[in-house]
Design a protein around this ligand. Structure first.
Ligand SMILES: Cc1cc2nc3c(=O)[nH]c(=O)nc-3n(C[C@H](O)[C@H](O)[C@H](O)COP(=O)(O)O)c2cc1C
Length: 192
């Protein structure tokens, strides 16, 4: 793997739950990614305080600065999030709100891919479209397709084993990661 072609992707998980479907999917991405891609997990969004402009005025919390730096250094971010009440979980939105206030907002121009799952049939689709809307204001570069929306997650994701067991789901995730690697690589070359 040459340095020029290698990619560093990071995952941002929208659930704090220990046996989260999304944490398990994020843990499985390295094995489903193309050879030249390294996937690592970002710190938990649960480490950030609630957004408060008064706190910001006193100085950004270290947890926000660290998350922002890790995103800035990555070639792309994969957001793996549940849908809460047809939208994005508050903890994830809170993290995006903090990150958007940094002097050098780390999502500007950053390649982003989105994945969601649900025990229900729609696989978190509605949260994805709300998330895409926020990412417009954050000026991220969001991959359009393939979309990863895992319905019926309980029979497709092994949360104890931290892996995706369903072959079709593994296939669509691999296809997205392949497309995303190409997308992020193109962006990286443009920024050189
Ligand atoms: C507050 C709350 C709201 C939820 N709203 C939705 C929803 O709108 N659509 C959906 O498909 N699932 C919804 N769920 C179910 C989640 O998809 C389910 O809890 C899932 O396991 C969360 O992801 P995790 O396993 O990664 O924590 C909701 C769950 C909670 C706790």
């Amino acid at each position: 793997m040459s340095d020029q072609n290698s990619l560093r992707l990071v995952t941002l998980v929208g659930s704090l739950r220990r046996l989260s479907f999304h944490a398990a999917i994020a843990d499985c991405l390295q094995e489903l990614a193309p050879e030249n891609v390294r996937v690592t997990k970002l710190p938990s969004v649960g480490l950030l305080p609630h957004y408060n402009a008064d706190v910001q005025a006193e100085g950004f919390p270290l947890s926000v600065l660290e998350l922002g730096n890790a995103i800035s250094e990555a070639d792309g971010v994969i957001i793996v999030t549940p849908e809460y009440n047809y939208s994005v979980p508050g903890v994830l939105k809170n993290a995006l709100d903090w990150l958007s206030r940094l002097p050098a907002p780390p999502f500007v121009g950053k390649p982003v891919a989105i994945q969601s799952a649900s025990p229900g049939i729609f696989g978190g689709a509605r949260a994805q479209y709300h998330l895409r809307q926020s990412m417009v204001f954050l000026d991220a570069q969001v991959l359009n397709k393939p979309e990863v929306m895992v319905g019926g997650a309980a029979s497709k994701v092994d949360v104890e084993g931290k892996t995706v067991t369903d072959p079709q789901t593994r296939e669509i995730i691999s296809a997205q990661l392949k497309a995303f690697a190409l997308f992020a690589q193109q962006r990286k070359l443009l920024n050189k």
